[in-house]
Design a protein around this ligand. Sequence first.
Ligand SMILES: Nc1nc2c(ncn2[C@@H]2O[C@H](COP(=O)(O)OP(=O)(O)O)[C@@H](O)[C@H]2O)c(=O)[nH]1
Ligand SMILES: [Mg+2]
Length: 163
Amino acid sequence: MNEIKITFVGDSGTGKTSILRALDGYKFDEKCELKKCDTFSKENLYKDTDIFFICFAEDNPISFRNVLVKWYSEIKKVKPKTPVFLICTKYDIKTKQILPQEVLEVKKKIKAVQVICCSAKTGANIKEMCELAIINIFECNSPKSPKSTTLLPKVFFRSNSTI
Ligand SMILES: Nc1nc2c(ncn2[C@@H]2O[C@H](COP(=O)(O)OP(=O)(O)O)[C@@H](O)[C@H]2O)c(=O)[nH]1
Ligand SMILES: [Mg+2]
């Protein structure tokens, strides 16, 4: 049994606990257990993390600013080599306050593997983003795995193909 640990970080109120709730009972496949970890800046919880999900909310520019100045700088100190996904939460909210260009810039700065939008409210992209992260780990560990392409889930990314 493989165990993959995804640690969710991000400002309070960005929807991390809601995402974990929406993932309740989720299983990638019978051979892989997903260990989800909701954290609030506790360094010991970062231990053994395979992938970080740094979250910001569509309607909260401060949470977006903190992706770089708080969460990424903290992760970099503790786990500099662990892959990071940038997660844009509450995608169902119509009044988006963060420009795609700004997201792209932060994505580059934090060297995120991908930007993914999701909504715990509608369920959009919640399972898919985990699948993508897991596949990323498999691919990093065995780049020629024939399984990886057939398993690729359908995930939509923020705004358009430039991100
Ligand atoms: N519109 C909307 N609200 C959400 C979503 N996810 C969470 N929320 C709300 O945002 C607030 C904070 O969510 P929570 O999961 O506790 O955030 P956490 O502090 O990061 O764990 C709650 O009032 C949730 O109902 C979402 O996808 N869409
Ligand atoms: Mg919480």
